[in-house]
Design a protein around this ligand. Sequence first.
Ligand SMILES: O=C(O)CCC(=O)C(=O)O
Ligand SMILES: [Fe+2]
Length: 346
Amino acid sequence: MSQQADSSQLANCDHIPVIDLSSIDSVSLEERQKLARTIFDACTQVGFFYIKNHGIPEELVNGIHNAAARFFGLPEEEKMKYYIGNSQKFRGYSPIGGEKSTGTEDDPVPEDEAVGVLSEAFDIGYEVIMDSSKSKDAGLPLDPYGLYGDNQWPDEETIAGFSQTYVQYCISALDLCRKMMKIFALALGLPETYFNSSIQTPGVTSRMMHYPAQPVLGEVQEGLGAHTDWECFTILSQGKVPGLEILNHKGDWIMAPPIPGTLVVNIADCLSTWTNKTFKSTIHRVNNLSGEERYSIPFFFGVDYDATVSVLDKYTSSENPPCRPPFKAGDWVREKLSRAYVGYEG
Ligand SMILES: O=C(O)CCC(=O)C(=O)O
Ligand SMILES: [Fe+2]
C-alpha cells in the first residue's frame, strides 16, 4: 500500500493537529481567515485534524454512542430486519464481514481477494428533517443516482428514541459541516459562499459502527481495511476506544486515538479533487486491539449528488494538469458504494 499510494493520500507528519474552532462564527473576517490558514496547513500536510469547540453538544455525542451500543446489542435476527440488502440505496444494517476492503484508487483490492471486515454497521442518508436550512415539507430533489432517502429506522418498540437521537445528531453535524465548507472555501482563497450552490441538498451519509476487539494485528480480519473516504470530508466521533490509524509518507501507521471533547475531521476524495489533490484524502484504517468493544459514528459530508466536482483552475498549470475530468458527485459515490459490500451492489 505505502509504495503505491500517491503522496496526496499520505500524511506528511508524525502527529495529527488539534484545531480550536471557536472562531468559526466570529464576526471578524480576520479571525476566520486565521482559522482558515490553520485548516489549510492541516489539509495540505495531514488531511486529518481533531476539532475542539466544534459546537456539537456533548449530550448529543453521548446520546448517539448510547444508541449505537443499544442497536448493536440487539440479537442478530433483529438487526437483520434492517439488512442493507433490503435497500436499493445502501441504507441499513451490514453484519460483521458484510463489508469488504476495497483499498484505494491507486491500490485497489482485487474483487476476488477482498475480505469481509471485522465490523458491523448501520447506515443512513440525508433526510430533510436533518437539515435546519429546510422547511419540514421541503421535498427531495430528483435523484437519478438513487441515493436520497429510504432510511430503514428501527421502530420505537425495538429501540425507543433511536431515530430521534440520530436525527438530532445529524442536524447538529450538518450545521457544522456547512460552516466548515465556508472555512474550506476561505482556506482555498475563494469567496466563503463559493460552495453554497452545491450544498443545497447535500449528499450526506452517516453510519454507526461496531468493532469487536480483535486479538492480534494481521492474524484476523481488519476492523476496516485501508481506504480513503469518498465525499468532501468526514466528521468522526470515535468514542473512548482507540483503533483509527492514518498512513504517513514514511509508510508508518499513525494512531489517531480519541481525545476527550474533540471530533476528528478528514478530507475525502471530492474536496481533494477540487483542489487538484492539494488537500490530502489520506489513507486510513481501523484495527481494534484494545480488548474492548469500539463504537464510532462517521458523518460523511458530500455536495449535492447532482453537483459537478471539477478541479479549480487555480490549482492547475501546464506542469500540473487536472487530476481527473469533472464528474457528478452522485456517480462517484454510487460507484464506490456498489463495490463496498459482500453480495450487494445496491
Ligand atoms: O471507525 C473509525 O474510526 C473510522 C471509520 C471510517 O474510516 C469510515 O467509516 O470511513
Ligand atoms: Fe474512512
